[in-house]
Design a protein around this ligand. Structure first.
Ligand code: S3P
Length: 187
């Protein structure tokens, strides 16, 4: 099913009832953290456990930034921690709003989301806009320093195969519009 909201198409899969578990995905700079924070501040945290995978990785390891974790432990350890934290949250919480790091999706996470009834929301935006917004916070995004523009574009294209499987795709909306759309799916 496709629904028209404010004149632009937002993809929403058929038969979506109010989910108990919702996860925000998208490339760096998509606005996941801003949307997540707005939802939390609008008091949805009475009904859902709110979790940000990056923040939990830092907390669990006692590091101040992703840059430091990756610098000390490397990307593969970071990805391992990320997978573990997401899987613990999704399997362990009964009501969850989860903000995902941009590189966290893979086949096994997607399978688990579908088993656990997680509704995945993709905050979609053009690559140029994403890069511009992502560069405003480089500390949490060491990839921006490590990779060339061309490599980042390649990464974005590879990841789109997962993002585009989302149940709700919010295409190029303002923060307010995105928050309003998602609120329609929360209790
Ligand atoms: C990453 C995105 C970051 C963070 C880490 C790796 C990625 O999160 O998890 O720097 O691989 O795209 P955001 O998507 O919240 O920036």
């Amino acid at each position: 099913m496709q629904e028209k909201i404010w004149g632009e198409v937002v993809k929403i899969k058929n038969s979506l009832s109010k989910p108990r578990k919702l996860a925000l995905c998208g490339f760096m700079g998509a606005g996941k953290t801003s949307v997540f924070n707005r939802l939390r501040h609008e008091k949805y945290d009475h009904n859902y456990f709110f979790a940000d995978s990056d923040a939990l990785i830092l907390k669990s390891m006692g590091y101040p930034s992703i840059k430091e974790i990756v610098g000390k432990l490397g990307w593969s350890k970071f990805r391992e921690l990320e997978q573990q934290i997401i899987s613990d949250l999704v399997r362990g919480e009964s009501s969850l709003v989860l903000s995902l790091g941009g590189g966290s999706l893979n086949n096994s996470i997607m399978r688990m989301f579908s088993e656990e009834g997680v509704v995945l929301v993709w905050l979609k935006a053009g690559f140029e806009d994403l890069l511009l917004r992502a560069s405003l916070n480089q500390g949490g995004r060491p990839l921006l320093k490590e990779k060339t523009r061309g490599e980042l574009l390649e990464l974005y294209q590879e990841r789109r195969k997962y993002y585009s499987e989302a149940d709700i795709i919010i295409d190029n909306k303002s923060l307010e519009e995105a928050v309003d759309i998602i609120k329609g799916y929360l209790e």
